[in-house]
Design a protein around this ligand. Structure first.
Ligand code: NAP
Length: 301
């Protein structure tokens, strides 16, 4: 199979890249490729022992920093220290994510855990690092979407999923919220004339630590992943290509969205991916942004 590959990643020397959830799966491959091409890579991880092991495997110019996206105090502490140590940040890959296929859980701030980790933590982090991103030449923020965003719908009356909770639906909603965030961030950066590009990517169905968790689930989502596991999952090196392309290809435009081209976008070579109507709706974006500012207390753009 031909198509975009890591051979196309330009030299990254002199660039500072931050990858959340860089100790495993797609984040580990992304961090590895960025470091291999010369970037200084910050591995933003919740478990620093796992981060140290990842740093050892990656080699190159990397540093490990503790970040728990499901805790606003941790996000603030991480961002304050990082912003002081790296005045200019060229790339932020908002990669970390959870699929929790058990009963509803909340984080220390009281938010439903999928939304907290996958979207609200990254929303706050991006806002807190915006000055450093603006200080770099042509910085980028990459948001990790999922094909599940297309079958999800936000319920603004119950963002924390207190009614009729289903884990798979909560994951899908959190990924829709993350996608809306990436698109709305692009709109706002353009309106502000900021020299930062917000791009998006999804890995189709990729074999990582996330997939066995989905196998445990017996609902429709679990069956889809199970069939996907049999038929369509791709290795993590291939699954990371859309986010690596969004992060590094010269000339990527704000709002561009990359994913695999084959079999319902589950695998295959990298191409432009399709946003759901809800993800692309500016009215939904405006509303979600206001809610995220209100919940996190981080206000920007
Ligand atoms: N694999 C797929 O098929 C697929 C499909 C669509 C989208 N995605 C997205 O791809 C991204 C990467 O997932 P993956 O498949 O590579 O799964 P993974 O191997 O489980 O990696 C997820 C990473 O996120 C980290 N993380 C979880 N909670 C965190 C928190 N509170 N604070 C900081 N880091 C946290 C994990 O850290 P620990 O190791 O400490 O748990 C891990 O490093 C996610 O956003 C996921 O939604 C994946």
């Amino acid at each position: 199979m031909t198509g975009w590959s890591t051979d196309r990643i330009p030299d990254q020397h002199g660039r500072v890249a931050v990858v959340t959830g860089a100790n495993s799966g797609l984040g580990l491959v992304t961090a590895t490729e960025l470091a291999r091409h010369g970037a200084h890579v910050v591995l933003a991880v919740r478990n620093t022992l796992a981060g140290a092991e990842a740093a050892r495997r990656i080699g190159g110019d990397v540093e490990v920093r503790e970040l728990d996206l499901a805790c606003l105090a941790s996000v603030r502490a991480f961002a304050a220290k990082l912003a002081g140590d790296h005045p200019a940040i060229d790339l932020l890959v908002n990669n970390a994510g959870v699929v929790l296929l058990g009963p509803r859980r909340t984080c220390a701030d009281g938010f439903e855990l999928h939304l907290a980790t996958n979207m609200l933590g990254h929303f706050a982090l991006t806002g807190l690092l915006l000055g450093n991103l603006a200080a770099a030449r042509e910085a980028r923020v990459v948001s990790l979407s999922s094909i599940t965003h297309r079958s999800a719908h936000l319920d603004f009356a119950d963002l924390m999923f207190e009614r009729d909770y289903r884990a798979a639906a909560a994951y899908g909603r959190s990924k829709l919220a993350t996608t809306i965030f990436g698109v709305e961030l692009d709109r706002r950066l353009r309106a502000a004339g900021a020299p930062i590009v917000s791009a998006l990517a999804h890995p189709g169905l990729t074999r990582t630590n996330l997939t066995p968790r989905a196998w445990e689930h017996r609902g429709r989502f679990g069956r889809m992943i199970a069939w996907g596991g049999l038929l369509a999952t791709q290795p993590v090196e291939r699954g990371a290509l859309p986010q690596l392309r969004a992060a590094t290809e010269p000339g990527v435009r704000g709002g561009q969205f990359f994913g695999p081209s084959g079999l319902w976008e589950t695998r295959g070579r990298v191409t432009e991916a399709r946003l759901s109507r809800e993800a692309a709706d500016p009215a939904v974006g405006t509303r979600l942004w206001a809610a995220a500012e209100d919940l996190t207390g981080v206000t920007y753009l």
